[in-house]
Ligand binder design. Structure first.
Ligand code: B12
Ligand code: SF4
Length: 526
């Protein structure tokens, strides 16, 4: 329903007017692919779930995504009693700015999503409510109470566990379509079959969250509905680890999608992806698989046989395994995390370069270890040890820089190694090899755009800038050594640019910090 319809009906019936905003970024994307393809498809299921529950609770609800292409005025237009905002940490300043603007006109604001989970205390300074794990009861409390925090910190509410059931796709349809309307090139529909994970990788927010499958009839219903209504869609499973209960889940998916043309994608552990399972996934039209390798030295448990090896042996086995996956599944992405404590930094990059050459068909993703507030066992430990650098939130995107304090040598090695790896992995020769290995034109085109496009070029330039700063600039180096010096201007400028049109709405303390750079102590959990 349009904005004016929602407001007019709410006024007539005295119902609570709710806006749910899902921030998929905080500024326009850098290149064409980012702006038009990637960011509009980055929405999840939880903000739409909140919208559906609010409707069930009798509210009049509008749901909007921010993809970087909208005007802030249009995003917020309308009259609202409560605005729920969903944000990752990289978009948290945008969320703070929006909340400030809304609260000034008496609207109650509530934050949910990864930033609220990671930084509940800091978030509570900017919102009336901060929501951790959220179920229908958590939401009902906000809607019924509608308490304005005024100047005091907002209330923190959290359910004891993730919801055991989510409103089905049929029920969320209007909200899904509002998000899909902005994704013109690829129709990605997020799906969910489980929450939590049975493994315990220390850096992961799900390390301590029990694995919980959702009811299979719900999963079947969602697949059947999507297959019938959106036959050309790509159904992406958001499960942190897809296929823990592989056979019953695949029975449900295959049964519900039989005879349709929908395709699937999922992220899973190497240990869950045996040869027979790969064949089954391919038969069921899984076209994207993301097996998490993460590291050549840690995370062994979830890698099964490959994980019992380390270093060069793990590289050899992993490349052989991934090459088998590519034979079965057209698009394979492998994620790596660099900077994990106790791992030899330069050797990790050398081994990854070897892997990229040995498995040229995969798309490799390079992430920097990041401690997000209190979200993982690693981040909690590092906070206790006071080893977190006060990197501005917009740069905590896993790509720009790591916020973990380490020795100067290993910090320089981290960016030096990363630049070398990125230049070779996305250079002409390996990009060509990647394109040749792909079985489909679609995969070739996506890989060339991702590897040779403006976003990747800008990222490599930035990592080179980080490396030079650490090697040549004393202030830069002092900051990354943990001294109480101002945040370097290069970081502040990047954070300002990443906060895009929301900069002017930011609270003064954050604008001052970003524009003028005040010395700050080492970060405490915030
Ligand atoms: C699936 C997934 C994605 C998908 C889908 C994203 C999406 N919009 O949902 C894709 C691949 C697109 C993605 C992209 C990214 N991701 Co991601 N992703 C995940 C993953 C694996 C699962 C998230 C999920 O859907 N879980 C199922 C839901 C039901 O559970 P939940 O997210 O825990 O949500 C609960 C509460 O937080 C709350 N809640 C959640 N949202 C909302 C919203 C409202 C309004 C309310 C009230 C409550 C609420 O209720 C839920 C039920 O209890 C997590 C890791 C993990 N293991 O959890 C990382 C994770 C969330 N991603 C992460 C990151 C860094 C990214 C990227 C920045 C990576 C990048 N550089 O591109 C982007 C940013 C995307 C964006 N929208 O801005 C980090 C976030 C850290 C942080 N504090 O910001 C995580 C935690 C992984 C990690 N490294 O530890 N991601
Ligand atoms: S296997 Fe993946 S989802 Fe599970 S704890 Fe490890 S990184 Fe997190």
């Amino acid at each position: 329903m349009g904005k004016s319809g929602v407001v007019a009906r709410a006024r007539r019936f005295g119902r609570t007017r709710v806006l749910v905003l899902e921030l998929l970024c905080s500024a326009p994307g850098r290149g064409w692919y980012d702006r038009i393809v990637k960011l509009p498809s980055f929405f999840g299921i939880m903000a739409q779930t909140v919208a559906a529950w609010a409707e069930e609770l009798g509210c009049l609800v509008a749901y909007r995504t921010y993809t970087g292409n909208e005007r802030v005025r249009d995003l917020l237009s309308g009259e609202w009693d409560i605005v729920f905002i969903s944000a990752y940490t990289r978009a948290s300043y945008a969320a703070y700015a929006i909340s400030r603007q809304l609260r000034a006109s008496g609207v109650i604001t509530a934050l949910g999503g990864p930033h609220a989970v990671a930084y509940p205390q800091d978030s509570a300074r900017h919102f009336d409510y901060v929501l951790g794990m959220t179920d229908r009861n958590t939401l009902a409390k906000v809607v019924e109470e509608r308490r304005s925090a005024g100047k005091a910190p907002g209330a923190y509410l959290a359910a004891p566990r993730h919801p055991a059931r989510f409103p089905n796709l049929r029920r969320r349809r209007n909200f899904l379509e509002a998000a899909l309307a902005k994704a013109r090139f690829v129709r990605v529909i997020p799906m969910l079959a489980s929450t939590g994970c049975p493994f315990e990788c220390e850096f992961c927010s799900d390390a301590k969250i029990d694995y919980q499958p959702l009811p299979l009839p719900d999963v079947e219903d969602d697949v059947r509905f999507a297959a019938g209504e959106y036959p050309r869609a790509l159904l992406i499973w958001l499960d942190p680890n897809f296929g823990v209960r592989f056979d019953p889940l695949m029975d449900a998916i295959e049964g519900a999608s039989a005879g349709s043309r929908v395709r699937f994608g999922a992220q899973s552990s190497v240990s869950l992806l045996g040869r027979e399972r790969l064949k089954r996934l391919a038969r069921a039209r899984f076209e994207i698989i993301v097996p998490g390798l993460e590291s050549w030295f840690s995370c062994g448990e979830k890698l099964g046989g490959v994980g019992r090896l380390q270093g060069p042996d793990r590289v050899r086995e992993a490349a052989a395994f991934v090459n088998e996956v590519i034979d079965a599944i057209p698009y394979v992405q492998v994620n790596f995390v660099f900077g994990i404590e106790g791992e030899p930094v330069l050797e990790s990059f050398d081994l990854t370069a070897e892997f990229v050459r040995a498995a040229p068909g995969v798309w490799p993703t390079f992430n920097l270890v990041t401690a997000w507030g209190v979200s993982s066992p690693l981040s909690q430990r590092l906070h206790t040890d006071r080893r977190i650098l006060p990197i501005p939130f917009p740069l905590l995107d896993q790509k720009s820089c790591s916020n973990v304090l380490r020795s100067h040598e290993s910090t320089v090695d981290l960016y030096r190694g990363l630049v070398g790896l990125e230049e070779s992995a996305f250079g002409a020769s390996l990009s060509w090899a990647r394109a040749r290995r792909a079985h489909r034109w679609g995969t070739r085109i996506i890989n060339v755009i991702r590897g040779r496009g403006s976003e990747m070029r800008e990222r490599i330039r930035w990592h080179r800038r980080m490396q030079l700063g650490l090697e040549q600039d004393r202030g830069f180096r002092a900051f990354f050594e943990g001294s109480a010096v101002p945040i370097p201007s290069a970081l502040r400028d990047r954070a300002l640019a990443a906060t895009g049109p929301f900069v002017d709405l930011l609270p003064a303390e954050i604008t001052d910090e970003l524009k003028y750079g005040k010395p700050r102590p080492m970060e405490r959990p915030r």
